[in-house]
Design a protein around this ligand. Structure first.
Ligand code: NAP
Length: 252
């Protein structure tokens, strides 16, 4: 999929919500989707960081984005329904969601894992994509070609020692993608897929591997063909699958 070449106007007239759009892969995905014509809803918890992404998109002459601030660790049914109402009132449509935001939590044996950290990680990484998707489904169903992309990890395919709640949350993401894709298959055209970015040069990667030289780690920009493919019209009919954005190598 790295060889996929997206048309320059691939995302024209589409409205796509990106969680964790303030930094790392989500920031680059938001910029890339906007560069291909999407109106991007930038969701994150720190307004100043989202403002900077907003300004970058506007300065480049791409469709004017929108900002929604929400701390996903506190995103309940009420907050997500409110958010869906804002999207409907402002844009009247939603064609894609990229569930990208996540936190790493602790890397430590299960025997020693702090239960509060566990709950926090599960809220951001697994509960938030669930409640947000649930609230946005009525809008997504109205789109002629909606795509939901969730973000997994190699430890979501095979949980590795010490990766704690992060690994289990990503195992849950893999399951949610399969389940939701099956549930929607016969009743809507919405496709639901997962992306494993693989080792990518971001703050999260640096936290997980503090001794690693970042120069040798793939930049988020290199992953974007797969993100465009799955969020754009060329992936119509593809659902329930989990994709690697780069050939799996080091732990990620
Ligand atoms: P990152 O650089 O740490 O960025 C994470 C993003 O999520 C930031 O925008 C962050 O916002 C946001 N976020 C975190 N907690 C949030 C909360 N409570 N509410 C709202 N937003 C929140 O991480 P990344 O490396 O780009 O990771 C992106 C996705 O790829 C994640 O799902 C991660 O699990 C997955 N992934 C990454 C790698 C890798 O090597 N980087 C490998 C496999 C999978 P702030 O700016 O406010 O912190």
């Amino acid at each position: 999929m790295q060889s996929y070449e997206a048309a320059s106007d691939l995302m024209k007239d589409r409205v796509v919500l990106v969680t964790g759009a303030s930094d790392g892969i989500g920031r680059v995905a938001a910029l890339t989707l906007a560069a291909h014509g999407a109106t991007v809803i930038l969701l994150g918890r720190v307004l100043e960081k989202l403002d900077a992404v907003y300004d970058e998109i506007v300065a480049a002459g791409h469709p004017t984005p929108a900002i929604l601030t929400l701390d996903l660790s506190m995103a309940g049914e009420h907050e997500c329904r409110q958010l869906a109402e804002v999207v409907e009132t402002t844009f009247g449509r939603l064609d894609g969601v990229l569930h990208n935001a996540a936190v790493l939590g602790d890397i430590t044996p299960l025997e020693m894992y702090d239960p509060d950290t566990w709950d926090f990680v599960m809220k951001v990484n697994l509960r938030a994509p669930f409640v947000l998707t649930q609230a946005l489904l009525p809008l997504l169903k109205q789109s002629p070609d909606a795509s939901v992309v969730m973000t997994t990890s190699s430890v979501g395919r095979r949980a590795r020692a010490f990766w704690g709640a992060y690994a289990i949350s990503k195992c849950g993401i893999e399951g949610m993608v399969q389940m939701l894709a099956d549930e929607l298959a016969n009743v809507s055209s919405i496709r639901v897929n997962a992306i494993n970015p693989g080792a990518t040069r971001t703050n999260m990667r640096a936290s997980a591997y503090p001794g690693e030289n970042p120069d040798g780690v793939t930049r988020p920009e290199a992953l974007m063909p797969l993100y465009l493919y799955l969020l754009g019209p060329d992936s119509q009919g593809i659902t329930g699958q989990s994709f690697d954005a780069q050939p799996p190598k080091a732990a990620s």
